[in-house]
Write a protein that binds this ligand. Structure first.
Ligand SMILES: C[S@@+](CC[C@H](N)C(=O)[O-])C[C@H]1O[C@@H](n2cnc3c(N)ncnc32)[C@H](O)[C@@H]1O
Length: 221
């Protein structure tokens, strides 16, 4: 493994804002994130597949009275988000290195107020449907972990994933789509401001190529 990567992993191991395998906090914070990790009772917002953490950090800057957690399986990407949060002196940000399908081992029912899915891998092959972050399996997990009225946001460059998600929600009892667009940056309504305010690494790349960015905001049951 390249030396720089090993150095970053060593830094992650010493950082209190990162929860990852091997640390005493790993899988021990379900139901206790606010009390034991953030030391407050503010709402908890989770970004799944946060990559380099632009969204998690950007939201934390804008909303100091909420807590933000970025989740990703890649330690080096999490290192970048954590480094940025540290440079900005943000106390309302953390990162967790884990696989998304194990969410219920790390969070208690109703513990989250919002979930952001930012440019998840679209997984276009039929045999990968279960791994799409908006498949019924994942929507069931989100429904369990979100507080009543909790929101899910999906930003993606993939028109297919956007359409798949709308179709899945249409077939789901109690689901409610609150905002939907196939071209987020063509929208002028205030409904889309929050989703326009921050750009992720992948978003910047797709926008530079002229690919429209889609957005959905929805509630589960
Ligand atoms: C296409 S990148 C998007 C990253 C970031 N949200 C952005 O927009 O720049 C997808 C990210 O999700 C992470 N990821 C994919 N599947 C995951 C899973 N099942 N559990 C945790 N992280 C996952 C990858 O490591 C990667 O960082």
């Amino acid at each position: 493994m390249p030396r720089i990567k090993l150095q970053r992993f060593a830094l992650n191991a010493a950082r209190p804002d990162i929860v990852e395998p091997g640390k005493p906090t790993y899988q021990q914070l379900a139901g206790r994130w606010r009390a034991d990790f953030f030391h407050n009772d503010h709402p908890l917002v989770l970004e799944v597949g946060c990559g380099k953490g632009e969204y998690t950090v950007g939201l934390a800057q804008r909303h100091p009275a909420q807590n933000f957690l970025g989740l990703d399986i890649k330690g080096e990407r999490i290192w970048r988000g954590s480094t940025r949060a540290e440079a900005l002196g943000l106390g309302n940000v953390g990162f967790v290195r884990m696989m998304a399908h194990a969410l219920d081992l790390h969070f208690a029912g109703r513990e989250l107020s919002e979930i952001w899915l930012t440019f998840p891998d679209p997984r276009p092959r039929d045999r990968d449907i279960k791994r799409r972050l908006t498949s019924p399996r994942f929507l069931n997990l989100y429904a369990q972990l979100l507080a009543p009225g909790g929101l899910v946001h999906l930003k993606t460059d993939s028109a297919a994933l956007h359409a798949y998600t709308l179709e899945t929600l249409a077939g789901r009892s109690g689901a409610e789509v609150l905002a939907a667009t196939q071209d987020l940056y063509a929208e002028t309504s205030a409904d889309f401001e929050a989703a326009q305010a921050i750009q992720t690494h992948f978003e910047g790349k797709y926008r530079a190529l002229g690919v429209p960015i889609t957005y959905l905001r929805f509630r589960l049951s």
